[in-house]
Every structure is written in structure tokens, then in C-alpha cells.
Design a protein around this ligand. Structure first.
Ligand SMILES: [Ca+2]
Length: 122
């Protein structure tokens, strides 16, 4: 099962990412207003943190999950909600992909023959 658990390690990683991204919000929000716009966030990110390992498309996906005010401001709570929701979607996608990888005959079930290569590693 070691290989299987290694494949699942991103779940812990994504929790770490949410924490890390939370810190970044606080550091970028230098005015301490509690609100940022997407532009302010991108600017702060570019100035101090680079892309943090996320593509622009990934950042956009996260922003789409955030609730903003009419003029495009979001607060810490909405930001964390967006980041967490995005990580959750990503986890579900990766779990599905891993399942499909193991489900060799594609019947939607994992049988012993399909799991044996992972069990033999012990
Ligand atoms: Ca199967």
C-alpha cells in the first residue's frame, strides 16, 4: 500500500497550501483594511512571492470561487473559502484520477487483482 499512500500525500500538502496562502493574504493586505481586490493581490504576489507554484489559470479558478463585493473586494474569510474550495476540487479530481488508474478494467470497482500490485509492495 506504500505506493498508494505516496500517491495520496497531496491531501496533507493541500492543507499546508491553504495555511500558506492564508499567511500571504495577511502579508499582502498591508493597509489592514481586511479587504483586497484581485489586482492588489496579484500585485502583492508578484512583488514578494512570485506565482507560489500556481499558474495564472489556477489563481483565476480560486478567485472565481471567492465571494466579492460589487467593486471586486474580497475579505480574508472569502479568500480562505475560495482557496479551500479550490484545493478540495483538486483533491477530488486527483482521487478520481488515482482510482481510475487502479481500476484497470474500468468497471468502477477495485478488485483484488487490481490492488495486488500495491499490496505486494509490503
Ligand atoms: Ca475494476
Amino acid at each position: 500500500m506504500k505506493l498508494l499512500f505516496a500517491k495520496m500525500s497531496w491531501v496533507g500538502q493541500s492543507q499546508h497550501d491553504v495555511q500558506r496562502l492564508g499567511e500571504v493574504f495577511k502579508l499582502i493586505n498591508t493597509s489592514n483594511s481586511g479587504f483586497l481586490t484581485k489586482l492588489e493581490f496579484y500585485r502583492g504576489l508578484a512583488d514578494s512571492y512570485g506565482d507560489m507554484g500556481f499558474t495564472e489559470g489556477e489563481w483565476e479558478s480560486m478567485f472565481q470561487l471567492m465571494e466579492t463585493t460589487e467593486d471586486g473586494f474580497f475579505n480574508y474569510q472569502s479568500y480562505i473559502y475560495g482557496v479551500s474550495a479550490y484545493q478540495r476540487l483538486l483533491n477530488e479530481k486527483k482521487i478520481r484520477e488515482t482510482f481510475q488508474l487502479i481500476d484497470i478494467n474500468g468497471d468502477g470497482w477495485l478488485d483484488l487483482d487490481e490492488l495486488r500490485p500495491f499490496l505486494d509492495e509490503e
